[in-house]
Design a protein around this ligand. Structure first.
Ligand code: SF4
Ligand code: SF4
Length: 244
């Protein structure tokens, strides 16, 4: 049993198609001030947070490419279930450092690099503080020790990206996020999907389409405690069968 039901995903995608939400997402993306980016993929070294409509957009994209969907699901399972043991790149980054879902990559990927250095580093420091707090809770409440290299992991500021005009300001980024949230709220307010709304990363969204959230977390904790990464291969087999 999964937390995000297939029927809800279908309803969400149909609503987005009928109400041109996917076009609206692209309109929001098209307002992002661009810049020169080498496409090195160095910023794709971890997963990112996304909105509900972006999840539906990516899901719909993958649904039309079964091979990529199976491959991505395997990598998502590896990422999620080994997260407290080892650091992995974004599950959508391929062997050549390219994005497998480039056409529908989310907002956070599109604005990466487009930050003033001090702004980026402040944000990074906040993330690391939150990671430390989380690690302390995991240790005290569940006896899970998350390695320091994971707690303190950071993707360095990108010096290679050069904005065409000026770097985006925090208010620009917040405007984009608000516009995306307005699209999410259309789905939620119209009760198109029976889904509790909360911050989720791209990985968490997909994991919740495969398993019940609480169960997934329990398995992840067990894997971290016993360092039994082999369990992930069994989970891959099971989900590959259900994906067919
Ligand atoms: S934003 Fe920077 S790190 Fe990311 S692909 Fe472009 S140049 Fe590389
Ligand atoms: S979704 Fe694509 S662009 Fe975004 S972090 Fe992953 S590989 Fe990089």
């Amino acid at each position: 049993m999964a937390s995000i039901k297939n029927m809800d995903i279908k309803n969400g995608i149909n609503y987005c198609i009928e109400n041109e939400i996917f076009e609206e997402i692209n309109n929001i993306y098209s307002t992002i001030k661009g810049g020169e980016c080498s496409g090195c993929g160095d910023c794709c070294n971890e997963s990112v947070g996304i909105n509900l409509v972006e999840f539906l957009n990516i899901y719909y994209f993958l649904d039309r490419d079964r091979e990529l969907k199976v491959k991505s699901t395997d990598k998502i399972l590896e990422y999620y279930f080994s997260e407290y043991i080892t650091k992995k790149s974004c599950p959508f980054k391929d062997e050549n450092n390219r994005c497998n879902i480039y056409e529908v990559r989310p907002l956070n990927c599109r604005i990466y690099g487009n930050w003033e250095k001090k702004d980026y580093e402040l944000n990074l420091a906040n993330i690391k503080d939150k990671n430390s707090e989380f690690a302390e809770i995991m240790k005290s409440e569940l006896n899970v020790s998350i390695p320091n290299e994971i707690i303190n992991y950071e993707i360095k500021y990108c010096e290679k990206f050069k904005p065409y005009q000026s770097y985006m300001k925090k208010t620009d980024r917040m405007d984009l996020a608000d516009n995306m949230f307005i699209l999410d709220s259309k789905i939620l307010a119209n009760e198109i999907m029976a889904l509790d709304y909360k911050d989720r990363g791209i990985v968490e969204y997909f994991i919740e389409t495969l398993l019940e959230e609480e169960l997934a977390f329990k398995i992840k904790v067990e894997i971290a405690k016993k360092k039994k990464l082999k369990i992930i291969n069994r989970l891959k087999k099971i989900t590959n069968i259900s994906n067919k």
